[in-house]
Design a protein around this ligand. Structure first.
Ligand SMILES: [Zn+2]
Length: 564
């Protein structure tokens, strides 16, 4: 996944030229320039210099070959990719960090399809029940992963459904919502103040996943999200399309909702008015800190009927033990997802989703990093973990499982660096590290970018919440400082508009399409430069005396503290 076009078009432009040593090895020149001032010892620098575009090319070529059948989660092609990656890890001398001394970490998954027998009815105390039409008026999944569930529970309006102590905000106000169905708004209280829900930027509190999790933690049996286009920033069709057919989840481990649902705004309005209430007035009141939950004079009566399909896929995980005995139980982790959409048998013509850019490139970088670290003549002080994760395209599920079951305790992982969809377009003059500025590692990131003559390209549309849509987020969620590394838009020898045009073309014609394929004219210099940049950062993070932390007041600080 990458930024949207708007994000790209609105971005800043900065130019700089690349010195030979950071050109990704394209020139073949070694040691032609004195080592950079980033704190890399000689052997580390020598290992960095072995990272080349051609190594990455061969991994990408293989992983996106038709024979790999699109690396579908839980499919044969996905397993072939996992075995390939594990074999490379072994070849580089890395130790297994998966289950029972293997490189594989089994990820238990469940595919849920809500069946047409499902009934979803809003029943006011007075007046007639509203039997809602699936997909047109509501969408719902049973997150308890049972074949059948019944709900007959009172509905409580809880505003945004957010409890965020760092912003002095609590929609629940201590009200007991156990056994209740919670009606709530999407997104978060609007703000221009960067100290209040990060101003215009979306925080995790604004994501629907948070709202479901929080409600389940508080013992609610269901959630009804009110869809309002301006608030969700996407139309009902998006909600409908991403909530129809089979949807995959991790096998449930904690509390879960029997009904995780969305309704159209107009349905919520009708519901409020049948209870003699005014939804628009509530939505207004929900903007205030003083807001308190409101009991509707209505119930949700739902009979959920689901097809439940259990299946498995693997994260591939390896470790390079650290050289310093005292610090070896701490680690840096590199991640990249290896799954893509597999094969769609019902699709005419080319139906293999090869996923060359998305994300054979990230895997190629991950493997090249594994090789460089594994074969370095000196090892970093902390351990280095490498994880090729599965089921990203199903909703970051492989990385979510990894975050919940990390091979090294989350509190001892200093940093996650993730790679996803790093375009083989030549030598970049910018780097994107969105989220890095939220950690106390940022000065090191800035200094390293400077050494690499890479201008840091800021996130042009933080309100779109891209930070929450790639695998690094799953690790941030459990407190680990984490961000993705990618190229910006400005490439050597081209104006910025060229990079923007390439991205536009990709999004329109190839993103999540069978045509995201390998071509021999692809130029992996940029992938190599991103790998070298990440190598330098990872080595630095593995060597500095203290573990990396979130900035004070960051939304992930509490999760980090909990792991300590
Ligand atoms: Zn991806």
């Amino acid at each position: 996944m990458r930024g949207t076009l708007q994000a790209i078009l609105a971005g800043a432009m900065v130019c700089a030229s690349l010195p030979v040593w950071s050109d990704g090895g394209a020139s073949g020149a070694k040691g032609s320039k004195s080592p950079p001032s980033v704190r890399l010892p000689g052997p580390a620098f020598a290992a960095l210099e072995t990272i080349t575009p051609e190594h990455i090319r061969w991994h990408v070529r293989y992983l996106s070959h038709d024979l790999l059948e699109g690396r579908g989660t839980g499919q044969r092609g996905g397993e072939l990719a996992a075995e390939y990656i594990a074999t490379q890890f072994a070849e580089y001398g890395l130790k297994p960090a998966g289950d029972h001394g293997t490189y594989m970490q089994k990820v238990p998954l469940v595919g849920i399809t809500t069946l047409p027998e499902t009934q979803f009815s809003l029943a006011p105390k007075q007046g007639e029940a509203m039997n809602l039409r699936p997909l047109d008026e509501y969408v719902a999944y049973d997150q308890t992963q049972q074949a059948q569930s019944d709900v007959d529970a009172e509905i409580v309006f809880v505003g945004y459904g957010i409890e965020a102590p760092e912003y002095n905000w609590d929609d629940y106000k201590g009200v007991d919502v156990r056994g209740k169905v919670l009606l709530m708004l999407v997104n978060e209280p609007p703000s221009e103040d960067p100290r209040f829900f990060k101003g215009k930027a979306l925080t995790y509190y604004g994501r629907w996943t948070y709202k479901y999790e929080e409600a389940a933690r508080k013992g609610a049996v269901g959630v009804i999200l009110i869809h309002k286009t301006e608030m969700a920033s996407y139309p009902w069709e998006v909600v409908r399309n991403s909530n129809s057919g089979e949807k995959s989840f991790l096998k449930v481990e904690g509390p879960a909702l029997k009904v995780a649902s969305w309704v159209q705004l107009d349905v919520a309005r009708r519901l409020a008015s049948t209870s003699g209430m005014d939804l628009d007035k509530w939505m207004q009141e929900a903007q205030s800190r003083e807001f308190r939950p409101v009991n509707l004079r209505a119930k949700l009566r739902a009979h959920m009927v689901s097809k439940v399909r259990r299946f498995e896929a693997n994260n591939v995980v390896a470790i390079l033990p650290g050289a310093d005995r005292k610090m070896a139980d701490e680690a840096v982790i590199y991640t990249a997802h290896y799954d893509h959409f597999g094969v769609r048998p019902d699709m005419p013509g080319d139906n293999i989703f090869n996923g060359a850019d998305d994300n054979a490139t990230g895997c190629g970088i991950l493997l090249e990093l594994a090789r460089a670290f594994g074969t370095a003549t000196q090892k970093p002080r902390r351990s280095i973990l490498f994880a090729a994760v599965t089921a990203e395209e199903q909703g970051l599920l492989g990385s979510e499982y990894l975050g919940k079951h990390p091979p090294v305790a989350a509190g001892k992982i200093t940093l996650d660096l993730n790679y996803d969809d790093v375009k083989p377009l030549g030598a970049p003059e910018e780097v994107e590290v969105s989220g890095a500025e939220r950690t106390n590692f940022y000065p090191a990131v800035e200094a390293t970018a400077k050494e690499f003559r890479l201008a840091i390209r800021p996130d042009a549309r933080p309100e779109a919440g891209h930070y929450y849509r790639s695998d690094h987020f799953s690790l941030a969620h459990v407190g680990i400082p984490a961000f993705s590394i990618n190229e910006g838009m400005k490439y050597k020898g081209h104006p910025e508009s060229w990079g923007i045009e390439q991205e536009r073309d990709y999004v329109e014609k190839h993103y999540h399409q069978p045509s995201d394929e390998y071509h021999s004219e692809m130029d992996f210099v940029g992938d190599s430069a991103m790998a070298r940049f990440g190598f330098a950062l990872g080595w630095e993070a593995a060597s500095s005396p203290k573990l990396i932390e979130w900035q004070k007041g960051d939304e992930f600080e509490a999760a980090r503290t909990k792991t300590k």
